[in-house]
Design a protein around this ligand. Structure first.
Ligand code: PHE
Length: 396
C-alpha cells in the first residue's frame, strides 16, 4: 500500500488517494542541477542572467506548489488535461510538483518585481524515450510596465534600442503580426499598448537568441558563420494573449525553444499589480542539453553501451485500465535511469471476455556501463511483480 506520508526536502506531507509521486522521482527532487557549479544548466543560466543583467534573478523556489498556483491562478480551465493525475505528479490533492515555472508568476509579481528571471526544475509525467524525461528545467522571464503614457514611453525607448542592436546583427527573423484576429490583444488592453508590449517581447527575445546562438562567439551556438534564423509562430496559452512560440534553426533543425506572450491581466490583478502591462516567456532546457561547462559538445541522447530488450505481455485486471504513464512510472521506479525507452508493441481487447491485453517492450541500457542480461532480468522481474501487486495484471 501507499505510505501515509512523503518526506520531501526535509518536510513530511500526508498522502491521499491521488498520490502518484514515486520514489524514483522523489530521489531527484533535491538535485537542483541548475545550481551546480559545473553543470551545463548552471552555465546556461549564467549566460542568460548576464544577458538580462538588470533583472532580478531567482533560482531557489520550492518545486512543491498547490494545483491552484500551477493552474487556477493562471486561468487554466477546470478540464485542462495537464491537471490529470496521469499527466502531473501529486503529493496529495492539495500539493503537486510544478509542471512549469509559470506557477510562480503571481507570487513574484506580488512581491513587486517588475523584471525578473526564475530558473527551476519542473516535472511532467510522460512516456519513456530518448527525448522525454519526467524532470526538466525551465527559465521564466517577465517584464511589466506601468500601463500608462510613462510606461509606454519606456517601452518605445527600449524598442528603439533593441531594434538598433538587431539591425546590425547577422540574424534573419520570420515574423508574425504582433496582434491578429487569430492571436488577439486582450479586451481590457489599449490595442496600441498591446502592440508595443508584444513588440518589446519579440525584440527582447530576438536579442537573447543572438546572445545565445548568434555569431562565431555566440554563447552556446559556436555558429558556422551563417546568419542566425529565428521563427515566430502564433500560439495559445491560457495565461497570455497574444501568445507566441519561438523556434531557432540550429545545426540543421528547427528547435522549439520557448513559449511567450502578453500576460493575461487576470494574472496581474491577482498579483495586486492591476495597473501594469507586460510580457512573459518560458524557456525550455530540452533544446540545450548539448553543451557542457562553457563548451559545446556533441549531444549524445543515447548511450554507447548495448541495449537489452525485454518484453512483458499481460491481461489488465477486469474493468481496470492501465494508463501508459502508470506503466512507465513503475518501470522508472524500479529501473531508475537504467531504462532508455518503453514502447507498446501490442494491444487488443478479447472479443468474448472484453479483457485488454497489452505488450510492452522495455529497452534497458546504462549511460556509463554495459548492463548484463542477468541484471536486466532481475529488474524485469521486479517490474513484473510490481505490475501484479499494484495493478492486478495477469502475465500471459
Ligand atoms: N509555461 C509555458 C510552458 O511550459 C511557457 C510559457 C511561459 C508561455 C510564459 C507563455 C508565457 O509551456
Amino acid at each position: 500500500g501507499r505510505p501515509s506520508y512523503l518526506e520531501i526536502l526535509g518536510d513530511k506531507y500526508p498522502t491521499d488517494g491521488i498520490t502518484n509521486l514515486t520514489p524514483a522521482i522523489l530521489a531527484k527532487v533535491p538535485l537542483r542541477l541548475h545550481t551546480r557549479p559545473s553543470h551545463p544548466l548552471n552555465t546556461l543560466r549564467g549566460l542568460i542572467e548576464s544577458h538580462y543583467s538588470d533583472f532580478t534573478h531567482l533560482s531557489s523556489l520550492s518545486p512543491l506548489v498547490s494545483p491552484y498556483k500551477n493552474f487556477d491562478e493562471l486561468s487554466f480551465p477546470q478540464d485542462h488535461p495537464g491537471r490529470a493525475v496521469t499527466d502531473s505528479y501529486y503529493v496529495n490533492k492539495d500539493l503537486m510538483l510544478r509542471t512549469h515555472t509559470s506557477a510562480h508568476e503571481v507570487e513574484v509579481f506580488r512581491r513587486g518585481e517588475d523584471k525578473w528571471l526564475l530558473t527551476a526544475d519542473v516535472y511532467r509525467r510522460d512516456e519513456i524515450d530518448g527525448s522525454h524525461y519526467p524532470i526538466f528545467h525551465q527559465m521564466e522571464g517577465a517584464r511589466i510596465f506601468p500601463a500608462d503614457a510613462s510606461g509606454m514611453k519606456e517601452v518605445a525607448e527600449d524598442n528603439a534600442r533593441l531594434r538598433h542592436r538587431l539591425a546590425q546583427a547577422p540574424i534573419v527573423i520570420e515574423d508574425v503580426p504582433h496582434v491578429a484576429p487569430t492571436n488577439p490583444a486582450q479586451a481590457t488592453h489599449d490595442p496600441a499598448y498591446a502592440e508595443l508590449v508584444a513588440e518589446n517581447l519579440k525584440l527582447s527575445l530576438n536579442s537573447l537568441m543572438l546572445t545565445l546562438f548568434g555569431g562565431p562567439a555566440g554563447g552556446v551556438g559556436g555558429g558556422d558563420g551563417a546568419p542566425l534564423r529565428v521563427r515566430w509562430i502564433e500560439a495559445y496559452f491560457p495565461f497570455t494573449s497574444p501568445s507566441f512560440e519561438v523556434e531557432v534553426f540550429f545545426r540543421g533543425k528547427w528547435l522549439e525553444i520557448l513559449g511567450s506572450g502578453v500576460v493575461r491581466q487576470a494574472t496581474l490583478d491577482t498579483a495586486n499589480v492591476p495597473n501594469k502591462i507586460g510580457w512573459a516567456f518560458g524557456l525550455d532546457e530540452r533544446f540545450i542539453s548539448q553543451f557542457r561547462d562553457k563548451e559545446i559538445t556533441t549531444f549524445q541522447p543515447y548511450s554507447k553501451y548495448p541495449s537489452c530488450f525485454k518484453d512483458v505481455s499481460f491481461w489488465t485486471a477486469q474493468g481496470l485500465a492501465l494508463h501508459e504513464n502508470d506503466f512507465c512510472d513503475v518501470v522508472r521506479d524500479v529501473a531508475g535511469d537504467l531504462v532508455e525507452d518503453v514502447k507498446k508493441i501490442d494491444f487488443f481487447v478479447h472479443p468474448k471476455t472484453n479483457r485488454t491485453s497489452l505488450c510492452y517492450r522495455i529497452n534497458y541500457r546504462s549511460m556509463d556501463r554495459s548492463l548484463s542480461n542477468e541484471e536486466a532480468n532481475e529488474i524485469q522481474g521486479q517490474v513484473v511483480s510490481r505490475l501484479k501487486e499494484q495493478f492486478g495484471v495477469e502475465i500471459r
